[in-house]
Design a protein around this ligand. Sequence first.
Ligand code: GUN
Length: 296
Amino acid sequence: MEPYKLLDGKATSAQMKAEMAEEVARIKAEGGKIPHLAAILVGHDGGSETYVASKVKTCEEIGFKSTLIRYEADVTEEELLAKVDELNNDPDVDGFIVQLPLPKHISEQKVIEAIDYRKDVDGFHPINVGRMSIGLPCFVSATPAGILELLKRNNIETQGKHCVVLGRSNIVGKPMATLMMQKAYPGDCTVTVCHSRSKNLKEMCLQADIIIAALGVPGFVTADMVKEGAVIVDVGTTRVPDATRKSGFRLSGDVKFDEVAPKCSYITPVPGGVGPMTIISLMRNTLLAGKKEIYK
Ligand code: GUN
């Protein structure tokens, strides 16, 4: 049996980062506009704080301009919408994101729809989602875009394969299923979407050449659900308590890595798989926004 290979998101994203840094240096040297990403962070959710800090840091490393706008959790929807409007109209800001989740008293959908789709580097606006679903140029949300790039840069065969997507979220499951069925590379798969109400989920997984696990249930995918030689992409990043860590937690994927990996051809680690690819894909969208490559 061939040993499994890691789909190393850390290495792949580092390569993409170097490519983008080179491009920004060139833009700078030619006196062009430096791409500028703004991020709105509301409240003090631990995960959101970490993600946004990492986004800002990666901007600096690539040479982008970044602006972090913080609000306490009691900010009103009106105040937030006013800031979105301000960023929509700020010619220096090429793209911006509102980190989710938002506090319960604010409508996430209303905020997302208030963002100018031409600056929606998260790809959450219905115009971007709609354009993606019919294969038009658009901002593709960062996690699905990152997974596609990881498959592509590792030359994973996808044409005609059976891809099982676990999870149906707007951020990952739904766009992932759409993209994997698209007539493209990576893509051209037969796609099955399974979720918390699916029957025969194990049988479906056993039919899969590619499994993309995005349920947010630690250790959900076990060895008995995986066909020999399958490609496994683990999107899970649940914080589970761990007294041996300084932080008090560790990130747990949706896949029981130790027992599943020996059956796979390729598998993503957690951490160091999909996570770094997500952040770098947001940077890629920011670069595209800065160059006005998708929308004029
Ligand atoms: N929360 C979890 N993932 C994301 C993401 O990709 N973008 C934003 N804005 N919020 C998130």
